[in-house]
Design a protein around this ligand. Structure first.
Ligand code: ADP
Ligand code: MG
Length: 400
């Protein structure tokens, strides 16, 4: 994305004046492994991508908050003394939610701002364009107001904006990854304690390819809630053996094997088995990545997909076909569904030399099997939210 062109657009929209326009960027994210563990008190391993959301921002003297986006036609402006308290179901709900949460946190905006947003994350594909938008707005406003920035607090504030103002009940992982991302690193996050560490993700010679199945996701919410209920039920039953158990992911696989006889419902037992072993796969992944053993990591990605498909049953034909086709490409070392499932994206680790073959072969075969046209994003792992200097340049991931 050409940031000089964005500056030009900003000045066309808001006019030229003496004030300085500042530029910020927040990434999208992908979860590499550790699926459906966030609400089970387990580990996840997301990474920030280089695709993301730019924000150009300048303070104004008239106490107005003005919002515009290159991707969305609706622009809006509000007096900062009379901000709307109910949502409008427009994209502007996300920034307004952030401003409200800043207020509640004792960090109100004290002057007006003109903002222009421009992103290159596909919306609604599960790469967290919404978290990217919230976090870039929060980071920029906190910076311009001179408030101290704690990246974990920023992630939580952004999550509350999405939960409470926008009304989407999402976990903390997305905003956390967007806030804390680090180039060439994944983030090992304990969703229970929010303890985290950066794990080296050195994939020189390889690329992450995110494949969007473009399948419409129906019934996701009810199936998601059903999984949560089944996990709660498993915890309740397992308390017969481990009275202090709060989350499934707190069990080791040995502890689980010794106690699983109390899970007499076969489906509930399968759900629990996925959670316990997936959590162990995240720990094994961390070890493999620390040792630079990408092949071992690729195998763990594959095993994660199998478990999500067979035990947790959140995959679908489209995801399975895409993963299957991905694995037939010489140069793919791991491939799995990523995100909540029932559609959305796959993530594959692929030798750089095989990227073109991957996109052509998987694309053609997937379309032949499913009748849907997929999209592919060839990604590198980038940094979390930052302020950029002019003239700014962020390598943009190829979108094919
Ligand atoms: P995801 O987070 O998976 O991409 P969501 O439905 O949670 O999908 O968030 C997408 C919404 O976030 C968009 O419909 C829009 O309201 C908002 N959004 C994301 N990127 C932008 C952008 N560049 N400009 C304005 N709004 C955006
Ligand atoms: Mg989202």
């Amino acid at each position: 994305m050409d940031t000089n062109r964005l500056l030009h657009l900003f000045e066309q929209h808001y006019g030229i004046n003496q004030g300085e326009v500042r530029l910020f960027h927040a990434p999208g994210r992908v979860n590499l492994i550790g699926e459906h563990l966030d609400y089970n008190g387990g580990y996840v391993l997301p990474a920030a991508l280089q695709i993301g959301t730019y924000l150009l921002i300048r303070s104004n003297a008239d106490r107005m908050l003005r919002l515009a986006s290159v991707q969305f036609e609706e622009a809006a402006s509000f007096s900062i003394d009379e901000l709307p308290t109910v949502k409008s179901d427009m994209w502007t709900d996300y920034p307004l939610g952030v401003v409200h949460e800043m207020n509640k946190a004792g960090h109100p905006i004290t002057q007006g701002y003109d903002l222009l947003v421009a992103g290159n994350i596909p919306n609604g594909a599960g790469l967290s364009s919404s978290a990217s938008l919230e976090v870039v707005i929060g980071y920029a406003l906190l910076t311009l107001e001179g408030y101290p920035i704690d990246r974990t607090a920023l992630a939580r504030l952004s999550q509350r904006a999405e939960n409470q103002f926008v009304g989407v009940n999402s976990g903390i992982m997305d905003q956390f990854a967007v806030s804390h991302g680090k180039q060439d690193h994944a983030i090992l996050l304990d969703c229970d304690s929010l303890q985290y560490e950066h794990v080296p993700f050195q994939i020189q010679g390889y690329k992450l390819i995110i494949g969007n199945t473009n399948k419409r996701r129906g019934l996701v919410d009810s199936k998601y809630n059903e999984r949560r209920t089944q996990c709660d039920e498993a915890v309740e039953k397992l308390k017969q053996v481990y009275p202090d158990l709060t989350y499934l992911a707190h069990l080791t696989s040995e502890q689980f094997q010794q106690a699983k006889h109390v899970l007499t419902d076969r489906v509930v037992c399968q759900r629990a088995e996925h959670v316990v072993f997936e959590n162990e796969r995240v720990k094994q992944s961390m070890k493999a990545l620390r040792e630079g053993d990408l092949l071992a990591f690729g195998q763990l990605m594959n095993a994660s997909h199998e478990s999500l498909r067979d035990l947790y049953e959140v995959s679908c034909e489209e995801l399975d076909v895409m993963v299957q086709e991905a694995r037939t490409v010489n140069g793919t070392i791991g491939s799995r569904m990523t995100g909540a499932g029932f559609g959305g994206c796959t993530v594959s680790l692929v030798a750089q030399a095989a990227v073109e073959d991957f996109v052509n072969t998987v694309g053609a075969n997937y379309e032949r099997h499913t009748g849907l046209k997929p999209d592919f994003y060839v990604c590198d792992v980038g940094d979390g939210v930052i302020e950029l200097e002019w003239p700014a340049f962020i390598a943009t991931d190829e979108s094919i």
